[in-house]
Design a protein around this ligand. Structure first.
Ligand SMILES: [Zn+2]
Ligand SMILES: [Zn+2]
Length: 786
């Protein structure tokens, strides 16, 4: 036995397969550095399906290596599984990175965009090629999905292809030990993209410091700016200036909906909002979503979100107030922290601690990405436009999350989350699911991965429809999917349903809206069995042609039985009733009290003309333009209007949001309701009206109403459990964006030994529908309905 042999005698070799999001996030260099650290030999290789590692060394070193592989993985990677297998010892002489291999027609995952990392932020402070350079990035951070045009993920397949690397950048790019090894969008001042400032359509400067200084001054003086970002353009203004916020609202032609705000840092944010540790984690994660936060009310300092400063506030506290109309006078605001180098550069000069940063578009259009269009549409109405010459290929909005029951729940899934797939229990190869009509996302299936698109928006605008069709064809190309089965909503008039006609000759599955909601949540939790599905929603086309939205289903991924639902009510004026909650209030009152309702001494009758109310009851009597609805959202509308919170909505779901905002947490009371046949709320409405007439606080009424719905959910689930033995409850639908309701329902069901499943990674609103359509279509393909 030679010395060499003795050494190998102790050496073991392992093959390690890492799956998940492990490419384009600096994983191979990370593996290389670990191997160096533990003096191991072997190789690492990207395939189109995973990362393969072969490693030789002492068992002790290998086990340390494996531990570090899990514990220290790059922040933006997401390891799904690590398979480790011992193989015959192989005496490697070094550790190397091998060339990529394609194993099959499968594809690697594409990383979402990643917020600038702290190392890169240090680089922009240092003398050299990246001092104040606003496009700094490395393998741990920077643009990904927004710039990718095709796979494999290398520079030639991104919008960075037009920028040729300078010798310094090229050297870093080729150096395995450098942080920019194979960082596809890497660039520096000398060779990379640049910003430019335009005022009234005229180019002013391309010098970054001048741009930042002038931009900050304009913002401080109430100016409105259009700024090109990562996935699209933003409109920006000082968040403390009511005049600027109003001006911005006029430019956007936007109703009363809240604007998102970017704070300088966590410290400044905490002066205004209450932040739980979980919320802080979301805010500072590399995904940097918009997080819905509650204002700091009643904590000594006057709150961020209240509409008026309390008397004498200026004397007690010098903290300035945010513009009161910023958040539609709700005690909830969408907040985010800087995520691009440009944001950091801007805040270095900005005097204000927070700026409005809302999508740059006119309402109903998708977020703007094109420089020419930006100059054409916004030169006249803004004070300045800041553009850059790195093209945005895949448009993405900022994502929106809300922390509920201690978990991050995605309400809008876009930048930082897309295009990471959702793993499904079944193969959904070749399935293209078109989604719903509003808050649209679509979904494509590839193996056991479901790729949900970024937030597309409301399909009723021409521009949005074009964006929708373009993104569908891009996803099919990018993920190499040839559609073999289409899944659509049952609604015959949805634009998404009609878009399926662009794919003639391919079989089509029509899926009921609320079944898709439940299936979407089931897919997220890998459930494939019979469950109790409770979908509370605004609208969705039902089997009987009526508008559904309060469905208690006994269902699996293939089929469903509708066990019960809220009683149908006429929706006088159809869609108009969704925009005018007072119509639902009148409908509910008429249903409860008959014609006598008009004699009730309600606030509502002072706000709405008697002729309008008379016309409405006439429509109901004669059944003129009164489609039937059982949507839970409409019940919220009715109660919001009864309480005088919202008679005519200035944005979607305004009534329900105002109602939730009012809830007094400490109230445990509720109202009666009936469950014979369908679920009926006459007794609830009577209770609310009596409380109103008795002068009971609206905060208590709002709480009692919410508690009533929590009881409805529990009793509905319980009666299905009693007759079937099923104890798994799946909650879905837009109504579960309501924190009080979701948390209350989870608590009540869990306390009664139900297993409760709710959305987190996939939106509970219509943005999650496409995933449900996809898994139902997949299940029916395997096991057709009889
Ligand atoms: Zn970086
Ligand atoms: Zn360079």
């Amino acid at each position: 036995m030679t010395g060499q042999d003795v050494k190998y005698f102790h050496i073991k070799t392992f093959e390690i397969i890492v799956t998940g999001l492990v490419q384009g996030v600096g994983f191979r260099p990370f593996v290389y550095r670990l191997a160096m650290q533990y003096a191991l030999t072997g190789w690492v290789q990207n395939t189109n399906e995973n990362v393969r590692i072969r490693i030789s060394g002492s068992p002790a070193d290998i086990s340390l290596f494996l531990e570090a592989l899990k514990e220290e993985a790059p922040p933006a990677s997401m390891i799904e599984a690590i398979a480790v297998q011992e193989i015959a010892p192989e005496p490697f002489t070094a550790f190397t990175i091998q060339h990529s291999h394609n194993l099959s027609d499968d594809i690697t995952e594409i990383s979402p965009d990643i917020a600038v990392c702290s190392d890169c932020l240090e680089d922009i402070e240092k003398k050299g090629n990246r001092l104040d350079y606003a496009f700094v990035n490395c393998t741990n951070c920077g643009p990904r999905f927004t710039i990718i045009q095709d796979l494999p993920y290398d520079r030639a397949g991104t919008t960075m292809q037009t920028f040729e690397m300078c010798p310094d950048c090229r050297r870093e790019y080729g150096d395995i030990l450098d942080r920019r090894f194979h960082a596809q969008p890497t660039a520096c001042k000398r060779c990379g993209p640049q910003y430019e400032l335009f005022i009234k359509g005229r180019r002013i400067t391309g010098e970054i410091n001048e741009i930042v200084v002038r931009t900050s001054d304009l913002l401080a003086n109430g100016g409105i700016l259009l700024i090109k970002g990562l996935g699209g353009m933003h409109l920006a203004c000082d968040a403390f200036s009511e005049a600027a916020v109003e001006k911005l609202r006029n430019i956007k032609k936007r109703d009363g909906k809240a604007f998102a705000v970017m704070f300088r840092n966590m410290e400044s944010l905490k002066r205004y909002a209450l932040v739980t540790p979980e919320e802080e984690q979301s805010l500072t994660s590399w995904r940097r979503p918009i997080v819905l936060l509650a204002g700091k009310n009643g904590s000594g300092k006057h709150g961020l979100f209240q509409s008026e400063p309390p008397p004498g506030a200026e004397d007690q506290d010098s903290t300035p107030l945010l513009a009161p109309t910023l958040n539609a006078r709700l005690n909830l605001l969408g907040v985010m922290l800087p995520y691009m180098p440009f944001h950091y550069l801007l805040f270095k000069h900005l005097k204000t601690d927070a700026i409005v940063l809302t999508s740059g578009n006119f309402s109903s259009e998708p977020i703007l990405i094109d420089n020419g269009q930006a100059l054409e549409q916004f030169s006249a109405c803004t004070d300045a436009i800041v553009l850059h010459n790195r093209d945005i290929f895949n448009r993405t909005d900022d994502s929106v999350v809300r922390l509920m029951d201690g978990r991050e729940r995605l309400l809008r899934r876009s930048r930082g989350y897309v295009p990471a797939p959702v793993r499904t229990t079944h193969h959904s190869d070749g399935i293209l699911a078109f989604g719903a009509e509003l808050t649209n996302c679509f979904c494509v299936g590839k193996g056991q991965k479901a790729f949900l698109s970024q937030h597309i928006g409301d399909l009723q605008g021409l521009e949005t429809t074009a964006f929708y069709e373009q993104t569908i064809s891009r996803f099919l190309k990018l993920f190499r999917v040839k559609p073999s089965l289409l899944a659509v909503d049952m609604h015959p008039d949805y634009i998404s349903t009609r878009t399926a006609e662009n794919f003639p000759g391919i079989p089509l599955v029509a899926v009921q809206h609320h079944h898709a909601h439940i299936a979407s949540c089931m897919a997220e939790h890998h459930l494939d069995e019979q469950v109790i599905g409770i979908a509370l929603d605004g609208t969705g086309y039902g089997d009987d042609g009526h508008t559904w939205g309060s469905e208690f289903l006994l269902c699996d991924l293939r089929d469903y039985t509708r066990v019960t639902h809220f009683e149908y009510l006429p929706l006088p004026g159809g869609d108009l009733a969704t925009e005018e909650p007072w119509r639902m209030a009148v409908t509910a009152l008429y249903k409860t009290y008959g014609k006598e309702f008009i004699h009730l001494k309600l606030d509502l009758f002072e706000k709405i003309e008697p002729e309008k109310i008379a016309l409405l009851t006439h429509m109901i009597d004669r059944n003129i333009h009164c489609p039937l609805t059982c949507g839970a959202g409409r019940l919220f509308d009715a109660v919001a209007s009864l309480l005088g919170l919202c008679h005519v909505a200035t944005f979607q779901a305004e009534g329900p949001m105002r109602l939730e905002a009012l809830v007094l947490d400490s109230c445990n009371e509720s109202y009666p309701f009936e469950t014979a046949g369908t679920i009926r709320f006459e007794a609830t409405i009577r209770g609310i009206v009596n409380d109103l007439l008795d002068g009971v606080s609206k905060k208590i009424i709002a709480a009692k109403f919410h508690n009533t719905l929590i009881s409805v959910i529990f009793e509905g689930a319980n009666s299905i459990r009693l007759s079937t033995g099923t104890d798994k409850v799946v909650l879905s639908g837009g109504v579960f964006q309501n924190r009080y309701l979701l948390e209350g329902a989870i608590a009540r069901l869990t306390a009664n030994d139900f297993k409760v499943y709710t959305h987190a990674a996939v939106p509970t609103n219509d943005g999650g529908i496409a995933l449900g359509q996809l898994v139902i279509a997949s299940k029916r393909r395997n096991q057709p309905c009889v």
